[in-house]
Design a protein around this ligand. Structure first.
Ligand code: ATP
Length: 235
């Protein structure tokens, strides 16, 4: 599979000074696949998402479409089709929803078409197109962050904790949005602390603990795993 993987991570080590955040990760994501990385606080999910997107120095190998990520600048990577949506959302608060979306349109191609897709996905963004991003609710801001990432026309979309702090009703909107993004053929790496949400959306789940992969499998496999059931699904 390595040859055809859109994302191939091998023996990945990342440290912050003396803190070893990732300790030899192997992970492959095939074209069109949705892989979710789960794990408790501090397991290394954000570090993994950020490293894949070219934000950190690393040992080992991270290849996107066959190219080693460290050999490309982060802006090159966006141009290549690797788009990152941060946990913090990083919106431009004093700019409108529409302008935030426009800023995501990095790649050449049909921005109008992308925008129509985003507005169709999250209609509230169109209703609020002229509203300042900072005045949007947490859920709306998450939709905007995902929408802005989609404006970049990603082949691989790295989503870091899209459900963080969201109410169940908003979670449902994000959930439906993700399904449609997946149907549109976008490959997804979804870092998620909400295990149920991850299992609902992923083809494959990777469990990280203390910077190491401790389980890999389909959601069905992991639902049958005693350890996962006890520790992550509440028995
Ligand atoms: P959370 O869900 O809480 O965000 P996470 O699984 O995303 O957790 P990371 O944020 O990747 O985990 O953190 C992994 C480890 O690296 C933790 O031990 C954390 O304290 C450490 N770490 C993360 N960022 C830094 C940093 N900038 N400097 C030092 N240590 C860091």
């Amino acid at each position: 599979e390595t040859g055809t993987a859109m994302l191939a991570v091998e023996e990945l080590h990342v440290s912050y000074g003396k803190v070893a955040a990732l300790q030899g990760i192997d992970l492959h994501v095939g074209r069109g696949e949705v892989v979710s990385v789960i794990g408790p606080n501090g397991a290394g999910k954000t570090t993994l998402a950020e490293t894949v997107s070219g934000f950190h120095d690393y040992e080992g190998s991270v290849r996107f479409d066959g190219t080693e990520v460290r050999s490309r600048s982060t802006s090159d990577l966006v141009g290549d089709g690797l788009v990152h949506c941060t946990e913090g959302r990083d919106l431009f608060g004093h700019m409108s929803v529409a302008d935030n979306l426009a800023l995501g349109a990095f790649r050449r191609g049909n921005a109008e078409e992308r925008r129509a897709f985003v507005y169709d996905l999250f209609p509230t963004l169109e209703d609020r197109a002229s509203q300042h991003a900072r005045t949007m609710s947490g859920g709306e801001q998450q939709m905007l962050a995902i929408g802005r990432a989609l404006m970049g026309s990603p082949d691989l979309l790295v989503l870091d904790e899209p459900t963080l702090g969201l109410a169940p009703v908003v979670l449902q909107d994000i959930s439906e949005g993700l399904e449609r993004i997946r149907e549109a053929g976008v490959t997804l790496l979804l870092c998620e602390q909400n295990v149920t949400f991850a299992m609902d959306h992923a083809d494959r789940i990777v469990l990280l603990e203390n910077g190491s992969v401790v389980r890999v499998g389909s959601p069905e496999d992991l639902r049958d795993d005693d350890y996962i059931r006890e520790v992550y699904l509440g028995g």
